[in-house]
Ligand binder design. Structure first.
Ligand SMILES: [Zn+2]
Ligand SMILES: [Zn+2]
Length: 154
């Protein structure tokens, strides 16, 4: 009995072509390469990582900086993936051009958490300083947004 079902859908690692195995990332389903430990994350899984490391009341800011094409085929749809600097940090991750998900090399989910924690610390500091300056002017929220724009808007 050789039943190669029409389950041709098996997703492959973009680095080494190994079949990805079902896994979990921050409680959300993801796919992980058993060889290089790269991972395919859906939007939900990426946001689950972010929500575990970042206070939802703080603005996360723009996610994609310096986006450009790659010659890696998306494991999900086969179109060429794009690559961008995650939230302006040194970390570069690849994404499905059709927004099906993201590819993270081994350990990059850890970097995402670190990047967000850094940012959160920075925002808390500047929010505190801003509160003093603008206490008598507008609401805290607006001044925080202005402050973020000043910091990250370049
Ligand atoms: Zn791999
Ligand atoms: Zn895709």
């Amino acid at each position: 009995m050789t039943s190669e079902t029409q389950q041709q859908e098996a997703m492959k690692c973009i680095e080494d072509g190994s079949a990805l195995e079902p896994s979990k990332t921050s409680g959300e389903p993801s796919m992980r390469c058993p060889v290089c430990e790269g991972a395919w994350l859906t939007d939900e899984a990426l946001h689950a990582i972010e929500d575990k490391s970042f206070d939802p009341d703080l603005v996360k800011g723009q996610m994609r900086y310096g986006e450009h094409d790659t010659d890696h085929a998306c494991p999900h749809c086969g179109d060429l993936m794009t690559r961008f600097r995650y939230r302006g940090h040194g970390l570069e991750i690849e994404a499905c051009p059709n927004e099906a998900g993201y590819w993270l090399d081994h350990g990059e989910d850890r970097h995402i958490k670190d990047a967000l924690k850094d940012r959160q610390r920075g925002l808390r500091r500047s929010a505190g300083a801003q509160r003093d300056w603008h206490a008598t002017r507008r609401g805290e929220k607006l001044s925080l947004v202005d402050r973020i724009k000043a910091l990250f808007g370049r």
